[in-house]
Design a protein around this ligand. Structure first.
Ligand SMILES: Cc1cc2nc3c(=O)[nH]c(=O)nc-3n(C[C@H](O)[C@H](O)[C@H](O)COP(=O)(O)OP(=O)(O)OC[C@H]3O[C@@H](n4cnc5c(N)ncnc54)[C@H](O)[C@@H]3O)c2cc1C
Length: 386
């Protein structure tokens, strides 16, 4: 079978593209290739419900491993429950949905060469398609300057109910170390909980054992005993400066990058699910028989518009990473979480209005005004990496 669209990588971005494509264009043959033996259990892809369009929320909600109607945060001087829904998807459920939608996934397919016409696998097989997208995960780019969100999560089956009723997006009452540190909790059932020690750090090195031990220490301090049943780790990029036009000039030929590879992630959280859903809609909306060039043009347009919209979020990151001493970073988040709930939702959804932006930076300045002004320009940070 010659596919109409070849998706390199069967992870989050391409999984959502396959779902959207098969829903909008059941006539198209969609093939995903992945070098892994099967879907990863090393992920829980979560997001706030308002991050997704109503259509995507309706599509993903039944697939999600967890759906919660509210969430909370905790800081040394502020705690809050928010009525915003939250949910988590895992790799197995996404892969199942992709197959159910009629796309094909070929596991154990290590791509050694990829171009605008197709892929060559390590075994020598060549597969060609009308359109070729590259969703093989993050890749450093000289057009993107980043800080890091690093975490190790341990999922525990607790001996007794843990008593956590809803996601704890940030418990920043823990000792501040290696930048902004907080614990993230996802209670999948009354005795199943993910405990993730997270740090917003300048360096991308991750001491897995130390962070896993810290997550276990947190569990012990809360009185939870039980067995670790799963572990996940991540070093996510946090965008300080981004030259999207430069990135796309470098990708004017070849397969079209999508997902983290194309810089499609929320600049402050590093989360890519909501952006991946929007890119999937762009691909599903391509007219006629999709080609690599048509996909590139549409995705590039989306990327440039997105990068413009995200300018303010990158400024906030520069204030957090370059304008604030690592042990004081939590104060910016503590202040942010006093804002109206609608603004917080729009922040995570990447839909801040101008009024929201003004509200975030006015009032009692979170960092000295001189320091804030020094954080304004984005270009010099890109030159550092060039
Ligand atoms: C542990 C963890 C938790 C995360 N949690 C969240 C979250 O809760 N919410 C959120 O929005 N984001 C989350 N993220 C961030 C981000 O959304 C994910 O990393 C997401 O998986 C990125 O999607 P992607 O499609 O770009 O890459 P991936 O989902 O990583 O997919 C890339 C795929 O390409 C395959 N591949 C790579 N090279 C080749 C090759 N040569 N040949 C064939 N296949 C190849 C890989 O096997 C992989 O399956 C998390 C990241 C991690 C690491």
């Amino acid at each position: 079978m010659t596919p109409d669209i070849l998706l390199a990588g069967a992870g989050l971005a391409n999984g959502l593209i396959a779902l959207a494509l098969r829903a909008a264009r059941p006539d198209l043959r969609v093939l995903l290739l992945d070098r892994a033996a099967g879907p990863s259990d090393g992920h829980t892809w979560s997001c706030h419900d308002p991050d997704l369009s109503p259509e995507w929320l309706a599509r993903l909600k039944p697939l999600r491993r967890g759906n919660w109607s509210d969430q909370e945060v905790r800081f040394p001087r502020h705690a809050r429950r928010l009525r915003t829904g939250y949910g988590s998807l895992d790799g197995a459920a996404l892969a199942r949905a992709v197959l159910d939608a009629g796309a094909q996934i070929r596991w154990n397919s290590d791509i050694v060469a990829l171009d605008a016409q197709g892929a060559t696998l390590a075994c020598g097989t060549r597969i060609e398609a009308g359109a070729v997208l590259d969703g093989r995960g993050a890749q450093p780019s000289r057009h993107l300057t980043v800080g890091f969100q690093k975490f190790v999560g341990v999922e525990l089956e607790t001996d007794a109910p843990h008593g956590v009723p809803r996601p704890m997006i940030m418990d920043a009452t823990v000792t501040q170390e290696d930048g902004y540190r907080f614990i993230y909790l996802l209670p999948f059932s009354s005795t199943r909980i993910l405990i993730e020690d997270t740090r917003y750090s300048d360096g991308g090195d991750l001491d897995d054992d130390a962070l896993a031990a810290a997550s276990h220490d947190y569990a012990r301090a809360r009185g939870w005993t039980g067995a670790e049943v799963r572990r996940e780790r991540g070093i996510l990029p946090i965008a300080l400066a981004h030259d999207a036009a430069g990135f796309w000039d470098d990708h004017a030929t070849g397969a079209v990058p999508v997902g983290l590879r194309a810089g499609f992630f929320h600049p402050v959280t590093g989360y890519s699910l909501p952006y991946a859903a929007r890119v999937a809609d762009v691909v599903a909306g391509l007219p006629g028989a999709p080609t690599t060039d048509a996909a590139r043009a549409a995705i590039r347009d989306f990327a440039l518009a997105r990068a413009r919209q995200d300018r303010f979020l990158r400024l906030l990151n520069r204030m957090l990473f370059r304008g604030c001493a690592p042990e004081r970073r939590y104060t910016l988040l503590q202040r942010f979480y006093r804002m109206p709930e609608g603004l917080i939702e729009r922040f995570y959804a990447g839909r801040l209005t101008l009024a929201d932006q003004l509200r975030i930076v006015t009032g009692k300045p979170p960092i000295p005004i001189g320091t804030a002004i020094r954080c304004l320009p984005e270009r010099p940070l890109l030159k550092e990496d060039a």
